[in-house]
Design a protein around this ligand. Structure first.
Ligand code: AMP
Ligand code: TRP
Length: 339
């Protein structure tokens, strides 16, 4: 696969409540990859509507995710930032890949089961084929690397299976592949940030309790309050990683500390091992405020001038389209469409 141009693609849904998990699991890594790779970062609005979204709120949330990318340090002039629905290749390739992907493959997707819940009959068909559209997002740019949180690993494996089957079905066994097999980039000390109220649940946008997550728009007081109230256990912090076994809340807070300070968990425990949460939590709150408050402030500055965000998105869409269009044309030709 060495002959593919290295290219990064990732997406975030504009569904509100962008949180610390989104930042540490994804957006922070988007920024880190920019120096070494060509990057495309997408606000995936087509994915968002797999669950009902209020149209006015959706529009605002598209701006919010765009602002978060920029405020976190994504360079939208050197790289590409846009919203998915503006580039028709996503939906078009998505359809073709719906015909490559298998029902049996989708039936294994745990995120669908979680999101559809008990009333699966009433979930949208879009929610079911969501991973095929995600594969199309990535493959439309023949992207090679995909930075995501741990919860997207299974979707990435499916994207690789789809790429492989497309290559096989349209080119045969021995021809050089048309699509690369995209690699997940799941890095950092907090690839799965857990709820602050329950260490067994993922921090999520849709959890009813606001105390379960720190959002990117929380101010310093809110950040400090949520960390102070975060669930813990009564023991002091252990001296090494092994000591975090069976302590999900402690593990989560230490992981967050490590990721926010760009250290590994062992380094944090070397400093805080033996200390009580009454000492650790204020240090974590200070660190979180130091990292997140400037991002929140910059987001609100950007959101005050949506016309600028609009201009970034329009420009990004034109540049994304210029990359995806030729790929889609080639796919259409390979499939046998008259174009
Ligand atoms: P979403 O909000 O579902 O569009 O997710 C956007 C990105 O954030 C994806 O790469 C997710 O894997 C990542 N992400 C979402 N929740 C978490 C979490 N609790 N911990 C780490 N990464 C997360
Ligand atoms: N499914 C991802 C999520 O919910 C968002 C997403 C859509 C994505 N398309 C993508 C992520 C392509 C990486 C690459 O988090």
């Amino acid at each position: 696969m060495t002959d593919f141009h290295p290219r990064v693609f990732s997406g975030v849904q504009p569904t509100g409540n962008l949180h610390l998990g989104n930042y540490l699991g994804a957006i922070k890594n988007f920024v880190a990859l920019q120096d070494s790779h060509d990057c495309i970062y997408c606000v995936v609005d087509l994915h968002a509507i797999t669950v009902w979204q209020d149209p006015q709120e959706l529009k605002q949330n598209i701006y919010e995710v765009t602002a978060a990318f920029l405020a976190a340090g994504v360079d939208a002039t050197k790289h590409v930032v846009f919203n998915q629905s503006r580039v028709s290749a996503h939906a078009e390739l998505g359809w073709i890949l719906n015909c490559v992907s298998r029902i049996g493959w989708l039936n294994r997707m745990t995120q669908f089961k979680e999101k559809a819940g008990k009333n699966r009959e009433n979930a949208s068909v879009g929610l079911y084929v969501y991973p095929n559209l995600m594969a199309a997002d990535i493959l439309a740019y023949r992207a090679t690397h995909v930075p995501v949180g741990d919860d997207q690993k299974q979707h990435l494996e499916l994207a690789r299976d789809i790429a492989q089957k497309f290559n096989h079905d349209y080119l045969g066994e021995n021809a050089p592949p048309f699509f690369p097999l995209p690699e997940p980039v799941i890095t950092g000390a907090a690839t799965r940030v857990m709820s602050l109220r329950d260490g067994s649940r993922k921090m999520s946008k849709s959890e009813p309790s606001e105390m379960s997550r720190i959002t990117l728009t929380d101010d310093a007081d809110e950040i400090a309050k949520k960390i102070k109230k975060a669930k813990t256990d009564p023991d002091p912090l252990p001296g090494d990683k092994e000591g975090l076994q069976g302590r999900p809340e402690a593990s989560n807070l230490v992981g967050i500390f490590a990721a926010l300070s760009d250290r590994d968990v062992d380094a944090v425990l070397t400093e805080y091992g033996g200390k009580q949460f009454s000492e650790f939590k204020p240090a974590l709150a200070d660190l979180a405020v130091e990292v997140l408050a400037p991002i929140g402030a910059e987001m609100s500055r950007l959101l005050d001038a949506p016309e600028h965000l609009e201009a970034f998105l329009a420009d990004g869409a034109a540049r994304a389209d210029a990359i995806a269009s030729p790929v889609l044309s080639k796919v259409k030709e390979m499939v046998g469409f008259s174009t």
